[in-house]
Design a protein around this ligand. Structure first.
Ligand code: NDP
Length: 338
């Protein structure tokens, strides 16, 4: 049972060398009598920015740290091989928390979601039909309550979450601008995801002036994925009664001490509501989200781009790549296709 193991806790930027491949682990492909667990074969693994927090020893994150010497854990799509739990049977497809290994024993199977729609790519359950999809849905609709004609700005706009927020904003009749870190991503934002405008934040000297150029009337809704200097510039450009969905702050995840953010006073003077959230708090809305998103996918009204690497061995580089913007779209690792 090949595994990807965290060698030790990480300071600063994560590197491939912080993880290793363990070829020598074994697993019994039959659960012991009386077990309530589920044994799965992992098919697709998801690389997500929050996993960086789990590589640190610090207890500040909202999820537990990984255990050095043990396989990394994260979201994935898997097939049930053996089940001691009445909700699951051999052959079922599931998504949820699993291990970075070929086979995993899931001791809390009630946290898994059973996959019912299989006429869409299975890997979508690491993205648009899984945790990042729910993040875009809850963070945009529940937190920002968008209205037609509003001005929306999205950072890390071409990623797993951002590409969906932009498309949701268009479906809601908003004007939407996105930022991303390469020309290729900026082109995708405008030509594939339907953003009205997009820019490469790495080429802009003065983000405040950039935002004034794209939003001469100001921003109603900011979907925050990056934090730091971008948040600072956004705060000066928000409109009265603006909403900020504080989803993530990836520019801060590898810093020992976060950047101090200036311009917070605008929150008061413009009556801005800035709200953070953790997607798992909204999982009760998953059935409602599926009712909305499945028809949109089937009717071709929404698209989803994935960046897929083959084989478990590629997972460490893929995970690390999130922090240099190497991924174009949702980063997925294919462990097995069936
Ligand atoms: P992405 O697929 O967007 O991948 C991360 C992207 O972030 C990179 O491709 C890169 O794109 C960008 N990035 C990396 N470093 C920086 C930096 N220093 N400054 C600016 N941009 C940077 O990731 P996700 O869509 O999965 O996640 C987006 C955000 O949502 C993250 O902050 C994540 O933590 C958060 N999140 C929060 C959840 C919650 O429950 N609150 C749940 C899921 C995600 P580029 O080339 O554009 O720089």
């Amino acid at each position: 049972n090949k595994q990807i193991v965290l060698k030790h806790y990480v300071n600063g930027f994560p590197k491939e060398s912080h993880m290793l491949i363990n070829d020598s682990a074994t697993i019994n492909l039959k659960l012991p009598e009386g077990s309530n667990a589920v044994l799965v074969k992992n098919l697709y693994l998801s690389c997500d920015p929050y996993m960086r927090g789990r590589m640190s020893e610090s207890k500040e994150s909202y999820v537990d740290s990984f255990t050095p010497g043990s396989p990394i854990t994260g979201y994935g799509v898997a097939k049930v091989i053996d089940s001691g739990h009445s909700n699951f049977k051999k052959g079922d497809l599931v998504w949820g928390g699993t291990g970075w290994e070929e086979y995993s024993i899931i001791n809390a199977p009630e946290t898994l979601f059973k996959i019912e729609h299989t006429d869409v790519p299975l890997s979508y359950y690491t993205g648009i039909l899984g945790m990042p999809g729910m993040t875009a849905y809850a963070g945009f609709y529940e937190i920002c309550a968008p209205e037609k004609g509003e001005y929306v700005f999205v950072s890390a706009a071409s990623g797993a979450v951002g590409q969906l927020v932009g498309q949701f904003a268009k479906l809601s009749g908003c004007y939407v601008v996105g930022s991303a870190g390469t020309k290729e991503k900026v082109d995708l934002l405008k030509n594939k995801f339907g953003y009205d405008e997009a820019f490469n934040y790495k080429e802009e000297q003065d983000l405040d002036a950039t935002l004034k150029r794209y939003f001469p009337n100001g921003i109603d809704i900011y979907f925050e994925n990056v934090g730091g200097k971008m948040l600072e510039a956004v705060l000066s450009n928000m409109r009265v009664n603006g909403r900020i969905s504080a989803c993530g702050m990836i520019s801060q995840y590898n810093l020992e001490q976060g950047d101090g953010v200036r311009n917070l006073f605008h929150i008061i003077t413009k009556s801005i509501r800035m709200q953070g959230f953790i997607v798992t708090q909204y999982y009760h809305l998953y059935p409602k989200y599926m009712e909305m998103i499945i028809p949109l996918i089937k009717q071709g009204k929404i698209c989803y781009i994935e960046d897929t690497v083959e084989e478990l061995e590629s997972a460490p580089a893929a995970l690390v790549g999130l922090f240099s913007g190497r991924n174009v779209g949702k980063q997925v690792v294919v462990v097995a296709r069936e």
